[in-house]
Design a protein around this ligand. Structure first.
Ligand code: 6GP
Length: 837
């Protein structure tokens, strides 16, 4: 029967078909995925099928690298950072994954061969909106940099079923629409039904003697649910390192209560399931008071409990003895939302692993570090003791005990200073007794940092001053950074290509100081022309998008002046609006007034319960409606509000900006990261000496930055002296005319009361000192207009801005965390000969 085989031909080493990186391998894999995963053939595939097939094609390549990373980290017992964050605002995965894999071009060509519109495929992705903005987006940049730098890391968080709401604008008002991002499936995650942990709530604690006769505490909860892991692999750029983002979904411990079911109580039977699932259902928008948000505390505990149990499981599976836990893991608290992890790790070590207090506390304290992201008093979390007692009775006992040990230390150091003891206590006693989460975070951590130099200084000298007196060595600064992969390569591919040309390759994207090379070309007219072409092309793209989505017509020849960030009084979008109204009045009063044509563009969401912020959105749109339709303006200025500011839409804005508005009241913006994204894309900044603006200005040169307004010290002085905004209103006729125009009803179809809450607040209280900075802001804006007319000068400044932004890469920030705070070294994953091209 045996048939002779044909003689073997010497053949080329072949790529594995499933994960090959060449164009041909990608094409084959794509068609296979469309067929075997989506169950479609080309002719009937929907745009969503086409996207899913592309996503799976990228994902297979991620998984292959992930498994190799996991093997290496496990076998080498790698020290690992656990980033604990209630928010991750990741943005779309596909484009970034292709870039990080180094196959963007091959994928684009493969799509062309298959007659697919690559841009449409990318646009089809619905981004995971698992964050509000600021610290959530920072967490995403940091995950990107951790993998790029080869630092073993796990990001822990919550897999919210509904992410941050989508924003629609109707009649100028913000309308919130729920973000059901999982509706069409999420190809980037892998469910892990076997990685599940019980999470308890309520009940009581009881004392008992353990086998050695020692008194111990046991928590007898009233309710147990479980958390299940969903894993998203995060690949670095130009490396095979893949880290893990592990998000927890809440579930009922048992899906149906059969006892209830058997007696016909169908509602009761599913009730527990619904209650459990509610916990990870929805992300809370920030900028709203915590009052009554019991569910939020439940969420916080839910995800830190799962994460701590998972870390202990991993540790026991690899290293072994729990005494060495803090050698294996360092845990970074992204603000105070995960601060309960400190009490939870103590509980697990004391009650479940029967450690003594001293040892457990030593481990806990060496494990945690805390980053503060805000000085705003309303954002500093505190929880009523009564709520804690009801939901987390054991944790409250532990917090009391931590407090006792801690306050003893304070009393020894600051003898007979009862006021200080009361200020520092983990429990606030003025009014309703409350647990102060920031105090818990500082006491339980060995390092505490702010997110820009000024902010870290203000943390030390204001909100945490007493703690700094006690432990100065614990405090440090790490200025934020952003991912150049996401915010240059993905957002602005034209600029990315030009930079690669200047730098001789894409190495700059992981060594952003290379942007310096652009400086040599800052005065070269030919290079300047190319620079302007790239900017204009991005402005054209944005114009096109806004024409169809926001029904507004801009002119790419105008100066694009953009303020995009959360809508909040401290960020002072109203200061911007006052300048728009002033410009409008100037045109109306003197039609020959020589105006530099501008498009004023806004983007940002307001917290659904933040009335003033929502009124601000209405005001912006109302002003837009009048100005954009006034023939006297004749298109010289235009106002546009981009609806639904999220990562995907942000990517359209940064490349198109000429001017970046960073105009918060000095001392209020912890850092800002939008300021970095704009500047990296060649926008000039008009800004105050606030947050990271100060460091950006130092880096790009004061002469390339439009500074205005009071600094933090001047703000503090003015406030101490007693600030009377009414005097500004009274003394400055232009300011008065601008505010009066709002009150006249011109922007509200004759309704003179609509915007009163805003204008009355400005004139009478003005907590963010808009009126005090108004005049300086106008002068700086006039300067902007003058400089913009000198196109060579402006372009030079723009190039120098981008060239000098190297320091603001999130790679630099993560490098600082790794060296100074986490004490962790990179562990590069070797490329696998079989799969790399
Ligand atoms: C934000 C800060 O407001 C912003 O200035 C900073 O750049 C960002 O964090 C990242 O550090 N804060 C938050 O998003 C927040 O929720 C509690 O703070």
């Amino acid at each position: 029967m045996s048939k002779a085989h044909p003689p073997k031909q010497p053949c080329e080493p072949r790529e594995p078909t499933r994960t090959g990186m060449s164009k041909e391998a990608l094409k084959q894999a794509y068609i296979d995925n469309l067929f075997f995963i989506q169950g479609r053939f080309r002719e009937v595939a929907t745009p969503h099928d086409l996207y899913m097939a592309a996503a799976y094609t990228a994902r297979d390549r991620l998984l292959e690298r992930w498994v190799r990373s996991a093997q290496l980290f496990k076998s080498s017992h790698a020290r690992t950072v656990c980033y604990l964050s209630a928010e991750y605002l990741l943005g779309p995965h596909l484009a970034k994954t292709l870039i990080n894999l180094g196959i963007s071009q091959a994928a684009r060509e493969a799509a062309e061969d298959l007659e697919l519109d690559f841009t449409t495929v990318l646009e089809e992705e619905e981004e995971p909106g698992l964050g509000n903005g600021g610290l959530g987006r920072l967490a995403a940049c940091y995950m990107d940099s951790l993998a790029t730098l080869g630092i073993p890391a796990i990001g822990y968080g919550i897999r919210y079923e509904f992410g941050i709401f989508d924003q629609r604008i109707e009649d100028g008002w913000q309308v919130e629409v729920s973000d059901n991002w999982l509706r069409n499936g999420n190809p980037w995650e892998i469910p892990r039904p076997k990685i599940c942990f019980p999470v308890c709530y309520g009940g009581d604690t009881e004392r008992y003697r353990d086998a050695d006769g020692q008194w111990r505490t046991r928590w007898v909860p009233a309710m147990v649910i479980q958390g299940m892991a969903y894993d998203t692999p995060i690949l670095g750029f130009g490396t095979d390192n893949v880290n893990l983002l592990r998000l927890w979904k809440s579930e009922a411990a048992e899906s149906l209560d059969f006892q209830a079911f058997n007696i016909g109580d169908y509602y009761g039977a599913v009730h527990a399931k619904i209650e459990a699932e509610t916990i990870s259902k929805i992300l809370y928008p920030n900028d709203e008071p915590e009052a009554g948000k019991e569910l939020r505390l439940k969420q916080q505990y839910f995800f830190v409990s799962c994460s701590m149990q998972d870390m202990i499981r991993l540790h026991l599976n690899t290293v072994g003895p729990l005494e060495q836990f803090d050698q294996k893991f360092v845990a970074q608290l992204n603000d105070t939302h995960p601060a309960l992890a400190i009490a939870e790790l103590m509980r697990l070590l004391l009650d479940e692993h029967l450690m003594d207090w001293e040892q457990a506390w030593g481990i806990t304290h060496r494990t945690f570090c805390y980053t503060n992201h805000t000085l705003l008093p309303e954002a500093l979390e505190t929880w009523p003791v009564a709520l804690f007692e009801r939901l987390l009775p054991r944790h409250l006992e532990i917090i009391y005990e931590i407090n006792q040990h801690f306050l003893d230390q304070v009393r020894v150091r600051f003898f007979a200073d009862d006021a200080r003891v009361a200020r520092m206590s983990l429990i606030g006693e003025d009014g309703e007794r409350r647990v102060r989460m920031a105090h818990l975070a500082v006491v339980g951590s060995h390092q505490v940092n702010g997110v820009a130099e000024l902010h870290s200084e203000l943390v030390r000298t204001t909100i945490l001053r007493d703690f700094h007196d006690l432990w100065p060595e614990r405090f440090t600064n790490v200025t934020n950074g952003v991912s150049p992969r996401r915010f240059i390569m993905v957002s602005n591919p034209r600029l990315g290509r030009l930079i690669s040309e200047v730098c001789g390759g894409t190495g700059w994207a992981r060594d952003l100081e290379q942007l310096r090379r652009l400086e040599e070309h800052a005065d070269d007219p030919a290079f300047q022309a190319r620079w302007r072409e790239i900017k204009t092309a991005a402005k054209r793209d944005l114009t096109e998008w806004l024409r169809t989505r926001a029904d507004v017509d801009l002119d790419p020849a105008q100066l694009f002046d953009i303020q995009a960030k959360r809508i909040h009084e401290y960020k002072r979008q109203h200061l911007n609006v006052l300048h728009i109204i002033r410009t409008y009045q100037r045109i109306k009063q003197d039609p020959n007034h020589d105006i530099t044509p501008r498009a004023f563009i806004f983007g940002g969401k307001a917290a659904p319960g933040y009335f003033t912020a929502k009124l601000l959105i209405k005001l912006i749109n109302a002003v837009a409606e009048v100005i954009n339709h006034d023939p006297a303006v004749n298109g010289t200025i235009r106002v546009a509000f981009m609806p639904d500011f999220n990562v995907k839409n942000a990517q359209r804005l940064y490349p198109a900006a000429d001017l970046s508005e960073q105009i918060s009241l000095a001392g209020k913006e912890a850092s800002g990261t939008g300021n970095m994204k704009f500047s990296m894309n060649g926008a000039l900044t008009i800004g105050t000496l606030d947050g990271a603006n100060i460091e950006i200005r130092r880096a790009v040169g004061a002469e390339n930055f439009f500074l205005f307004g009071m600094d933090a010290a001047a703000v503090a002085r003015r406030q101490a002296e007693g600030y009377h905004p009414w005097e500004h209103y009274h003394d400055d006729p232009e300011l008065r005319a601008d505010i009066d125009l709002i009150n006249s009803g011109l922007f509200s179809h004759g309704d003179t009361s609509l915007f009163r809450p805003l204008t009355d607040q400005l004139i009478n209280h003005d907590p963010f000192m808009v009126l005090a900075d108004y005049r300086a802001y106008l002068e700086a804006q006039d300067h902007v207009s003058d400089v913009y007319r000198d196109s060579a000068r402006w372009t030079r400044m723009s190039i120098l801005n981008a060239a000098r932004m190297g320091r603001f890469s999130s790679d630099r920030a993560i490098h600082e965390y790794a060296e100074r705070i986490w004490k962790i070294a990179p562990m590069p994953v070797e490329p696998d000969g079989g799969t790399a091209t």
